[in-house]
Design a protein around this ligand. Sequence first.
Ligand code: ADP
Length: 163
Amino acid sequence: MMIAIYPGTFDPLTNGHLDIIERGSRMFEKLIVAVAESKRKKPLFNLSDRVKMIEESVSHLENVSVESFTNLLVDFMKEKNADVILRGLRVVSDFEYELQLALMNRKLYPECETVFLMPNKKYIFLSSSMVREIALLGGDVSCFVPKPVNEFIKRFVNDKRRD
Ligand code: ADP
């Protein structure tokens, strides 16, 4: 059985991420979306909220589960008996970082393989950082994120305004 892990910060999950998840779920028997704590990046949404938003957005996909991890990705993979790291590639500027990451993970864990998928072209210029900026400035992000994420963000922004 081929088990794939799709790691990321998902701060927050976007329709581009979901596109990759749906493609991956058709390729692998099991797909684990692994949400990294990414303390260094100082995420806007906390880890459990990021997990919850993804869980609600992938509930239609039977072989997809969502977990958080705080250790090294290759160690988390070994824990889960996973063979493949799934990553999304958008534009050429993604490539250099992704190549470096893939080769480093291979160095750390030679049995693992990284697989890259390209999203539908309508998601090529979509990023979590853009969604965060628009949302924090009061803009509508409903066309960029799955419905459960949009609902969460609306509440989050409202609560922030009240503070
Ligand atoms: P990380 O902090 O690991 O870069 P991200 O949440 O930003 O985590 O991204 C996780 C993965 O999803 C990366 O491989 C990234 O290239 C990919 N990705 C991000 N946005 C999109 C998108 N719009 N379409 C396809 N893949 C994407």
